[in-house]
Design a protein around this ligand. Structure first.
Ligand SMILES: *Cc1c(COP(=O)(O)O)cnc(C)c1O
Length: 421
């Protein structure tokens, strides 16, 4: 698939008059359309609910938009729970999928009546001293071994710190049953950023078989299966995107083949997608501020890995468009860098691009999930603003850029930073 920006050079020039680069910007119209496709794909399941993985893009305005589309929140920490609650998203609209969970996080999840998804069996005794046993609770499963799809190893669950073994899951359900829990969920996340329509259906089939067995062994009511996140997006041009309708249909087929014959046709399907929900509908817009010609050709941006960590952290590919030069020949080869004192602060290495001049705007694609949120303050670099391109074409600031004052806010040397803007 060809990768096209959702903004033109003219739009960015106009926006930059009010909001200087760099900034992350999100496309409301495309977000809503995608949310509706997700709902349509699972409309066959009356209990279906997507709990947006807040960690992917923790912005209240975006959580509210997704909530308007019927999505809840999947939270992993106390501040994420607080953000969700501040947006009016609470109770069973919140899934709490956390690991190595602190006591106060569990306490708030319990107080909010969120659905708690336990990562480990030892957490049950831990939770017993802190929170209330609710009617509905959930456990995270880890099947161990390799996760194979079409003869290809997608990931290695036995190396993953998450989830419990089958035996532990059964014991956990019996423990909770004795505490009065009535409805149970099973959750698993086995592979990340899968660009394969078969991932969810294969995972669903594993969890459906497990649900049937566990239901028979323990007699508990399995109320939902949570397929979690992991549905990917095509970061590279030419990659075939996931077809969410085919994914929904694949899960439907597994449901009809495994759960329905077992008399378990009331099981709700939950998802916790982050990347698939927002990834393609956000971009990091940055300006070229320097060029350097040494042993390689460098283009230096006003953004750095503090604004988008994925390339530095995983060598992840993010497509780059030079705005206004969409149709120009890519006859130059550049390393596109930020200004951190780390040589891995490169948005692209040996990338073929049109000739770039100082002042050009570069549009870094697919930063809508795990983009801004992975930001950090190394080199005392400040995090950028987040903007929303509204359906009517107007632009709304949904998070201001950090200032030095924010960076100094955790010091209390009274007076020292007075007068700093
Ligand atoms: C990160 C995460 C997600 C979201 O993953 P995506 O790859 O963004 O879909 C969902 N659930 C849990 C428990 C996670 O840790």
């Amino acid at each position: 698939m060809e990768k096209k920006p959702f903004l033109t050079l003219q739009q960015v020039q106009e926006i930059a008059k009010t909001y200087p680069t760099p900034f992350h910007i999100y496309d409301e119209k495309a977000i809503r359309e995608n949310a509706r496709r997700v709902k349509a794909a699972f409309a066959w399941n009356p209990g279906f609910k997507e709990y947006f993985a807040v960690k992917a893009t923790p912005n209240p305005r975006l959580l509210q938009i997704l909530h308007e589309e019927g999505f809840g929140c999947d939270c992993s920490s106390l501040p994420e729970l607080q953000m969700s609650r501040a947006c009016g998203i609470t109770g069973h609209e919140v899934m709490f999928s956390s690991n190595v969970t602190p006591a106060k996080d569990y306490k708030l999840a319990s107080d909010m009546d969120a659905i708690i998804n336990f990562d480990d069996i030892t957490h049950l005794d831990f939770y017993d001293k802190i929170g209330e046993w609710k009617e509905t609770m959930s456990c995270r499963f880890n099947p161990g071994g390799d996760f194979v799809l079409d003869n290809e190893i997608m990931d290695t669950p036995q190396e993953a710190k998450y989830g419990m073994t089958r035996e532990q899951l059964v014991d956990a359900f019996l423990y909770m049953k004795a505490k009065g829990v009535k409805h149970f969920g099973i959750h698993a996340f086995l592979a990340s950023n899968t660009v394969a329509n078969e991932y969810y259906p294969a995972l669903a089939r594993i969890l459906f078989h497990l649900a049937v067995e566990v239901q028979r062994e323990t007699g508990v009511h399995i109320a939902f299966i949570n397929l979690s996140g992991g549905v990917g997006i095509p970061y590279r041009p030419g990659q075939e995107p996931n077809d969410i309708m085919a994914i929904g249909e694949g899960v439907h087929q597994a449901y009809d083949e495994v759960l329905v014959p077992a008399g378990m046709d009331d099981v709700a399907i939950y998802t916790e997608m982050g990347r698939f929900i927002l990834g393609p509908y956000g971009a990091l817009v940055s300006q070229c501020i320097h060029q350097k010609h040494t042993y390689k050709e460098y283009v230096g941006l006003d953004a750095c890995a503090a604004n988008l960590m994925r390339p530095a952290m995983y060598g992840a590919y993010h497509h780059i468009t030079v705005l206004g030069k969409e149709d120009a020949l890519c006859d130059h080869t550049y390393d596109v860098t930020g200004g951190l004192c780390e040589n891995n602060d490169k948005f692209a290495i040996d990338r073929s691009l049109p000739e770039i001049e100082v002042g050009d705007y570069l549009y870094i694609h697919d930063t809508g999930a795990h983009g801004y949120s992975m930001g950090y303050n190394y080199n005392a670099k400040l995090r950028s603003a987040e903007l929303l391109l509204r359906e009517d074409g107007s632009v709304e600031m949904i998070r201001r850029a950090e200032t030095p004052k924010d960076y100094f806010a955790t010091f209390d040397f009274t007076g020292l930073f007075d007068g700093i803007e």
